[in-house]
Design a protein around this ligand. Structure first.
Ligand SMILES: *Cc1c(COP(=O)(O)O)cnc(C)c1O
Length: 449
């Protein structure tokens, strides 16, 4: 499979280059040059298949030319050592719980999959890093405001040949999140930056652009624009359809995805292109409403992000928007009007204020007993408002409510139980490297590593 850039000004890449580079030379996002439809027989068998085996078939369709099938099966099975159940919340509304991974975040799947894919390329002896100065280690830099850092750190933990540096803003991530990437040790280094999230991101960006540093060490990023991180999320949607079908719910399925950078919903749309029987999609947003506005007007106007209760979705310029446009314009062949028309016929939007999020969490809890987190609440409400008679709705519950315990407890007046897996992190010893927000300091540190 070849990967082209959404900006159309970079050479096509093979999978390895797309994964190691992340972003194309022209700053565009990599897109697979074709999307295979899966055979009817596969969809017929899906309800009887396990999550892992469904995922292997999906993965083979994207990565089967570039990774031998035994290696790929290994990679998929190692990534998916947990379940992703579909839970009935009320009549016709189901929660697709994406939070049963190691850090209770849906990002666990993409992070682990990417780590194992990099390792596969390293072991096959072909990774581009072999000709750099240090030669042996791939260094992953990731800036985080919380969730991404923990998923990436845990996904890469113990993966030989790769070292991860997680940069996070001092005092600005929740204690639970901080424990998830500062207590691991091994090949994970947490860097506590005296600044805000944007400072962390600037340090990472500067590092990628610094020639001396890039000569010294092989640097790569693990953010959600990476094809190895976003595509595997499609596994979730095939599994959802399979689990619904095994309960004889197989027509007029509506999938609703609480969205920030739009990587998760983008993977679902790729699944749809592969033939996944979903009637339509809803992108649920918090108060950050640029995609919602695009659907209404056809104009895309990025804005600075607003802080909300559902903070993993506080994105004012979603990076995967470019992929969605590229997909439905057939790589720029269709006009922007035609593209907009195709998108709005398949995807609708929703945007909710913090007050509406709180109200939804309370109503759902009172009516059904189901505990929504602030992100899932956007998805649940969009289905409640937009589901038509005869449709079956499934929304992603993207985070375990215990990850946002302080907020959920306060809003619902309950004491959310913290799962053992989270508690285990909280018992570890915090280790981090203090860092100023000055790039010279960060560079000196990396050069000394
Ligand atoms: C990352 C995240 C999202 C947003 O996902 P995107 O792929 O960026 O759209 C939603 N909810 C939670 C809990 C997240 O961590």
């Amino acid at each position: 499979m070849k990967y082209y850039s959404t900006n159309g000004k970079a050479p096509v890449a093979d999978l390895q280059k797309a994964v190691v580079k992340g972003l194309a030379e022209d700053r565009g996002l990599y897109m697979p040059d074709h999307i295979n439809k899966l055979p009817k027989a596969f969809f017929a068998d899906m309800p009887k298949m396990r999550f892992q085996d469904i995922a292997f078939n999906v993965a083979a369709s994207f990565f089967g030319d570039d990774i031998d099938l035994d290696g790929l099966q290994d990679l998929v099975y190692d990534t998916l050592r947990f379940d992703c159940p579909v839970v009935k919340v009320k009549e016709n509304i189901y929660a697709l719980e994406l939070f049963h991974g190691p850090t209770l975040a849906f990002k666990d799947v993409g992070a682990r999959f990417m780590a194992r894919m990099l390792q596969y390329f390293l072991r096959s002896g072909s990774v581009c890093c072999r000709d750099t100065a240090t030669g042996k280690t791939v260094n992953v830099l990731v800036a985080t405001s919380g969730d991404t850092g923990s998923a990436v750190a845990n996904g890469f933990l113990g993966v030989e040949g790769i070292h991860v540096y997680v940069l996070y803003p001092k005092g600005k991530v929740s204690p639970i999140q901080e424990c998830q990437f500062t207590t691991l040790g091994q090949n994970i280094t947490a860097i506590e930056v005296d600044g805000v999230f944007d400072d962390c991101q600037a340090l990472v960006k500067n590092a990628f652009m610094d020639e001396e540093l890039n000569r010294h060490m092989m640097l790569t990023s693990a953010n959600s624009i990476n094809v190895a991180r976003f595509l595997p999320q499609a596994f979730y949607y095939f599994n959802a359809v399979a689990r619904l079908a095994s309960q004889s719910l197989n027509s007029d399925i509506v999938v609703c995805v609480p969205s920030g950078n739009f990587g998760n919903i983008c993977s679902a749309l790729f699944g749809h292109e592969m033939g996944l029987p979903v009637k339509r999609f809803i992108a649920a947003n918090n108060a950050n409403d640029v995609f919602y506005n695009y659907l209404q007007t056809g104009q895309y106007e990025p804005k600075p992000s607003k802080q909300t209760l559902a903070n993993a979705m506080d994105v004012g310029d979603p990076s995967n928007f470019a992929r969605i446009i590229n997909l439905y314009s057939e790589n720029g062949k269709l006009s922007s009007e035609e593209t907009h028309q195709r998108i709005t016929s398949l995807i609708s939007g929703a945007t909710y204020s913090d007050d509406q999020i709180r109200e939804t969490m309370r109503q759902c809890y009172a009516e059904t007993g189901y505990i929504l987190d602030p992100h899932g609440a956007c998805g649940y409400r969009a289905l409640e408002e937009q589901l038509q008679p005869g449709e079956v709705g499934v929304f992603c519950e993207t985070a375990h409510p215990a990850k946002f315990k302080e907020k959920v407890d306060e809003i619902l007046g309950i004491d959310v139980e913290i799962p053992e897996r989270l508690q285990a992190f909280m018992k570890g010893t915090k280790q981090s490297v203090p860092m100023s927000k000055d790039f010279a300091d960060f560079k000196a540190y990396l050069l000394s590593c």
